[in-house]
Write a protein that binds this ligand. Structure first.
Ligand code: DGY
Length: 438
């Protein structure tokens, strides 16, 4: 398909998912509210053809920021019962610093906003206009980073924890399987809505949902108090993807503050945190026995030596030295890059837990591909970068703007479509960005 045609189709998806209240849903019915990291990627897509919508997207998300700097993973701008768990379940009002004017969740998602603001600035033709916008928004993102370093880096290592698998963005990754074994939640009574929109084989199991719900019940019991959650949550993980995104966003905030001028103290703070984060991510999360970065289970004090697409994300923030980067590339190509596979499967295709259909247990995701593409490009691994970009574009072109895709070329052809939500916003948004890149 010609680039122009694909871009037009992607724009239509974004425009159709854009809501009157000034935010964009990830996908009709399946995800009817505003999601944090979705919004960031969506803003990048809009920035290429409608900067006003890109700004609205960021603005409406940051408008739901809590007074302590926390940015929630869902903002419930409207009432809608096609999604579980909704506002009544999350009950953000339990936290004394949550906003009174809007309901949100009490968990977060990867801190993409720093690098998204930098992208908006780089894409903009009218730099002055975007700088004016940034002037009003950037301190909110800075405050969010301060929240992470002050509340979620309990050992002062420069590595922040997530307390829920939904915070990672890679919801049902096999990386969490052993953590679920340490828990024994009751069988909760709830009505799944996702499986009325998408086939059960492509979504997490009911039993997995019991664990997801259980952690939120615990957080609610403590009124979402960070200190108590850190002490008691059975799920407490240092995630290489989450931390790489934080580091990459620190880097962007530093650049933007320099452009804006007069922010010496903030730059100093971000630089010192970033230095520590970069050292720790290499010392603690790089695992030479598997040739990749991996997660650290802070609750059970052990490394989780599994390889998933997040394992390569430190390339995105420039963490590895060239030797480590080379090793990462080899691991990716050998394990994930077989000829009959699209890059990049969300979980090790050689692992027994790999499942080609099930959400984050194997399928290819366009947002992770975009992050890995930027990472490999940063290290000038041009061929690998090109392959990731080409595979991403081939998938959306052949099968449509789905949420995720079967990594096997043969099985993709048999299905002739993707999985999960259709007309999925970030798949469209990042296609637009890929096609604008030189
Ligand atoms: C879902 O519902 O699967 C979302 O990813 C969680 O926010």
């Amino acid at each position: 398909m010609a680039d122009k045609f694909l871009i037009d189709k992607a724009k239509t998806v974004l425009n159709q998912n854009f809501q009157k209240k000034g935010f964009t849903i990830p996908s009709k019915n399946l995800y009817p509210f505003q999601w944090k990291w979705d919004s960031g990627f969506i803003a990048i897509g809009f920035a290429h053809f409608d900067m006003e919508k890109a700004k609205k997207e960021i603005n409406s998300l940051l408008n739901a920021q809590w007074k302590n700097g926390f940015i929630p993973h869902i903002v419930f701008h409207t009432k809608n019962d096609s999604y579980f768990p909704g506002a009544d379940f999350h009950k953000s009002s339990l936290h004394p610093q949550s906003p009174a004017h809007i309901d949100t969740s009490g968990i977060t998602q990867p801190p993409v906003l720093g690098f998204v603001l930098e992208k908006l600035y780089n894409i903009a033709d009218d730099k002055e206009d975007v700088l004016n916008f940034l002037k009003n928004q950037i301190d909110k993102v800075y405050k969010n980073h301060k929240y992470f370093y002050s509340k979620r880096d309990i050992n002062n290592e420069g590595l922040v924890y997530i307390y829920h698998n939904w915070e990672s963005g890679t919801d049902n990754s096999p990386v969490w399987d052993d953590i679920w074994k340490t828990m024994n939640p009751p069988r909760y009574k709830f009505e799944r809505k996702d499986t009325t929109h998408v086939d059960y084989s492509q979504r997490p199991t009911d039993r997995e949902y019991d664990h997801y719900i259980d952690i939120i019940e615990l957080a609610k019991k403590f009124n979402y108090d960070d200190h108590k959650i850190a002490k008691h949550s059975p799920f407490l993980v240092q995630d290489p993807l989450f931390n790489s995104i934080l580091i990459r966003s620190n880097e962007s905030l530093i650049k933007l503050y320099k452009i804006l001028g007069g922010n010496e103290e903030k730059i100093k703070y971000l630089k010192s945190k970033n230095e520590k984060s970069l050292t720790s991510i290499n010392e603690k999360l790089y695992n030479s026995s598997i040739g990749a970065y991996s997660h650290f289970d802070l609750r059970n004090k052990k490394n989780i030596p599994l390889i998933c697409s997040s394992s390569f994300s430190p390339l995105f923030c420039g963490a590895p030295d060239f030797k480590k980067a080379q090793r990462l590339k080899n691991t990716l190509v050998e394990k994930f890059g077989k000829e009959d596979y699209y890059l990049c499967s969300s979980f090790d295709p050689e692992g027994i837990q790999h499942d080609q259909k099930k959400y984050w247990r194997g399928p290819v995701w366009i947002n992770l591909n975009w992050i890995l593409y930027q990472g490999f490009k940063r290290y000038k691994f041009k061929e690998t970068a090109k392959r990731i970009k080409n595979d991403s574009l081939e998938l959306v072109d052949k099968f449509g703007f789905y949420e995720y895709f079967n990594p096997s070329k043969e099985n993709s052809k048999k299905n002739n479509k993707g999985y999960g939500g259709e007309n999925f916003s970030w798949s469209a948004a990042l296609t637009i960005d890929f096609l604008h890149e030189k």
